[in-house]
Design a binder for this molecule. Sequence first.
Ligand SMILES: [Zn+2]
Length: 459
Amino acid sequence: MLHGFLAVVNEYVSNQSAEDVKYKMGQKAKNGGTITRAPVGYLNTIEHIEDRRVRTVIIDPVRGPLIRTAFELYATGEYTLADLADELYERGLRMVRNAKYPERGISPNRLAVAIRDDYYTGWITYEGEKFRGRHKPLISEDVFDRVQDIANSRTQAQELRRVHHHELKGSLFCGSCLRRHGERRRMILSHATNRHGNTYRYFFCTGRYSHTCELPYVPLGRVEEAVEAHYATVRFTPEFTSAMRADLAAMLDEQQSTTKLLHAQLTKQLRELDTKETNLIDLAADGTLPQGKIKARLREITRQRDRLTGRLQDTDQDLSVTAEIIETCLQLLADPQALYQRCDDQQRRRLNQALFEELYIHEEPDGELRVGHQLKEPFDTLHVAQNSGPKPTDGPAAPGSPHAAVRAPKRTQRPPQVGAGAARHQTGTALADGPWKVTGSNELLMVGDTGFEPVTSSV
Ligand SMILES: [Zn+2]
């Protein structure tokens, strides 16, 4: 396909004078068109407008939001480019695969270029001049400017330094700002040293910079406790769990039979190669074919065999990866909090990212810390499906009552309250594709007493 495309381009270029092509590209840029390959986070695509095929650029539905997150995280000033590259890899950002790198994240060097690229704010640069692009901005000018300030203040050596990250860093947002201003602001982890030389770590909201946030500085330990307690509110009904289990099993079955088929085909091809090789060697013994030709064909056979063997190993690996994912899912379904408690920091970080898009914290007037969440796909989609369907009737009571609130240490006793806290609701995309397909499970999911219904105020 690529060859065909290149042939067309060659033909085009030889038919037109080089100047003409340059002029047309210039015109396209001045009209806001993208004349190069779009940067990561965008996709070059072809739109059909009436009978015309128009080359255009859209936001990459998978990488786009992750690039937005990259800018936001960097704008907090807590991430070096090396950290950011790791973080984005964990969050699932993968570059377009090629033969050499089938599974690679974005490198700090690529990130260094990306965060400087105002294409993301909607600009086109052509021969040093700026034009308003026709593509949608992915990053606001405000965030972009903050990113530039931070990048300007750092040396290259600083950018390549890796810092140990707390498991909550990057997932935590201010619930107070969300409720009061409808704004989504990140929480930053910082530390202070008192006069005795003890260091304390605490979270604070970026709204503190502009004095527009009312959430106080929250000691790290309290946040950790609150999040751990919040895990108790994540519960799935037995119906959902068994439906999910069945779906996952069916998916594994299907994949296994596909893989087995591929396995058989590859094995057969390998056997055919063996036969070919034997025949060639017979021919060589007869002297009916020149030695040079035989050697060339034997080399070709060796090359093909290596390729087939490689693919055969890949298929085996695919299966074990899938099994691992399923195992994790089933553990998650059974008891998310128990799982969280057993996890080490690194695993907790993964778990937070697997389950929650965002965690919100806010403090009640009496000092109780509450956590709310926005769920990640596919959980969020399942939740949306539940909302659109009939309301679940009395779900079985979850063992270990789902209290999201954690009482502040040394404060007056008060019954813990159910709190989904402040959670931003976002409609997920359909669950139509991918391994997560769950059919007809509209009432199968619940979180605590409130279900997955996001509660903007639980006071
Ligand atoms: Zn805030």
